[in-house]
Design a protein around this ligand. Structure first.
Ligand SMILES: Nc1ncnc2c1ncn2[C@@H]1O[C@H](COP(=O)(O)OP(=O)(O)OP(=O)(O)O)[C@@H](O)[C@H]1O
Length: 369
């Protein structure tokens, strides 16, 4: 059953279309991430769901209740939807307890125990109840904002880039606390983010938006392994994209003959590998060779930039402490299968290209999609 269903949502500002025909079903008790580059319409879609904006066409249904559609627009406060804005949006003149109490139904407002329960739910100590918002860290403020949004036990909780203003450590910690609170309450949630790692790690399903259209809706593993197209592929993770010639179900590329993940007709194609599919060894001559251009060491793993003959560069992602040296010649083997995509006539890659996550879709203007 869908806790939230959008059908054919369209929205323009003036003559500029911002959302075009968006259909989205969010199952009860699940978290859906709305992922896409800046300006693709994520916040606008969230505002349409919340009731802060009306769609031009289409319907929004919460549970069984139509809240937006032809001739109908239920006000935001009556939609049974909680909202966590980008920077918490706490009332500065109210204490933490006052902010959370604001979200409680009238009959529970004198119940200090309920406020403590909600703070505990988001991983905050009850001793913080009397503090003012400015006496909290950014992560704590976001948790209070979630506690306030969860207080009325809404059918759906919307979170608009709730971690974007936090530094890396606090972001991870706050993400985990928020995910745990949403799971504990069985809340149905929609999270807006332009951070692919956040979407993949937190969500049950990811809705990828591009130029106001929903281009893919699937679970994180499928999205990473089977992206709808190469733009989505490079947006959700680092990619190695190779020109290939497909013959008898195998791709012949600069990295050798590759098994394919899915059917492809014979002829020119592009194939996708992820950097963790590349393994490095001695340059034996029996495998494609490359020269190490640079190594980014992260501790838990490393990214190795490799120059291929012909000038193209690819990335390998390696675990372990044994890393090649800059300038060293290495042999490359590929594990697993390559995902085939149609060739792009007249837009040849120089044999191969490494793309960092998030690079490609930013370049796709709304009108070209
Ligand atoms: N009230 C408005 N009036 C006119 N244009 C608007 C309005 N709100 C948003 N837009 C435009 O609609 C497009 C989508 O904006 P939106 O904020 O939904 O994108 P987003 O994906 O959330 O971006 P970001 O990640 O940067 O927040 C943008 O081009 C934006 O300039």
């Amino acid at each position: 059953m869908s806790a939230l269903a959008l059908q054919g949502i369209t929205k323009s500002f003036g003559t500029t279309p911002v959302l075009t025909g968006v259909d989205l079903h969010v199952p009860v008790g699940s978290l859906t991430a709305l992922l896409g580059p800046s300006g693709c319409g994520k916040t606008t879609l969230l505002r349409v769901i919340a009731g802060f904006d009306d769609p031009d066409t289409g319907t929004v249904t919460v549970g069984e209740r139509l809240v937006a559609g032809p001739g109908r627009s239920v006000p935001a406060r009556r939609r049974d939807i909680g909202f966590v804005p980008q920077e918490g949006g706490l009332f500065p003149h109210l204490s933490v307890a006052g902010n959370v109490t604001f979200g409680l139904p009238r009959r529970l407002r004198r119940d200090a125990g309920r406020v403590r329960e909600l703070l505990a739910l988001v991983g905050l100590d009850g001793d913080l109840a009397d503090r003012a918002p400015h006496q909290l860290s950014g992560g704590q403020q976001q948790r209070v904002a979630l506690a306030r949004a969860l207080a009325p036990e809404p059918s759906v909780v919307l979170l608009d880039e709730p971690f974007s203003s936090l530094d890396a450590t606090l972001r991870e910690e706050t993400r985990q606390a928020v995910a745990a609170a949403l799971t504990a309450t069985g809340a149905t949630a929609v999270l807006v983010t332009h951070d692919q790692a956040e979407a993949l790690s937190m969500a049950d399903q990811v809705a990828v938006l591009r130029g106001g259209r929903l281009v893919q809706l699937t679970d994180p593993r499928t999205l990473y392994r089977h992206p709808a197209d190469l733009d989505v592929a490079t947006f959700v993770g680092e990619s190695v994209v190779l020109e290939a010639d497909v013959r008898d179900g195998r791709a012949h590329s600069i990295l050798g003959e590759l098994a394919l993940d899915g059917a492809a007709s014979d002829g020119p194609a592009r194939v996708l590998l992820r950097p963790e599919q590349l393994r490095l060894g001695a340059p034996t001559g029996a495998v494609p060779q490359a020269r190490v251009r640079s190594v980014d060491f992260y501790g838990h793993d490393s990214r190795v930039w490799l120059d291929l003959p012909g000038g193209a560069t690819v990335i390998a992602r390696l675990e372990g402490a044994e890393l090649p040296l800059v300038g060293q010649d290495v042999g490359i083997t590929v594990v697993g299968r390559a995902l085939p995509f149609p060739a792009v006539p007249g837009a040849a890659l120089s044999g191969a290209v490494a793309l960092s996550a998030g690079t490609e879709m930013d370049a796709v203007p709304a009108e070209s999609v």
